[in-house]
Design a protein. Structure first.
Length: 96
């Protein structure tokens, strides 16, 4: 398991590239947000997700976020085809 570390500062997030770390953009007009995270496996790959705080956006692949930065959860699971598949629950990245 890898701990999900929240960054408020986008530049520090990009500079550190800590495995499992994440940064969340402010919501747009419909409440959808951009979630960026570095792969919890430690490979250094960055992924962008479309999220909603307490809801799953309807358009395209998207995830529901519990709104917590200290113990974040996303659903459904995150599947990087052929690379990493798992869950973010209780602030921990868990591979399937």
């Amino acid at each position: 398991m890898t701990r999900a570390v929240h960054y408020r500062d986008r530049n520090a997030f990009f500079g550190d590239q800590t495995p499992g770390s994440f940064w969340v953009a402010d919501p747009d007009e419909d409440g959808t947000q951009v979630w960026l995270h570095f792969c919890p496996c430690g490979c250094g790959t960055k992924q962008r997700l479309k999220i909603g705080n307490g809801f799953k956006p309807k358009a395209g692949p998207s995830w529901c976020w519990n709104g917590s930065t200290s113990a974040p959860e996303l659903s459904p699971s995150i599947n990087w085809q052929g690379h990493w598949h798992g869950w973010l629950q209780g602030g921990e990245w868990r591979a399937c």
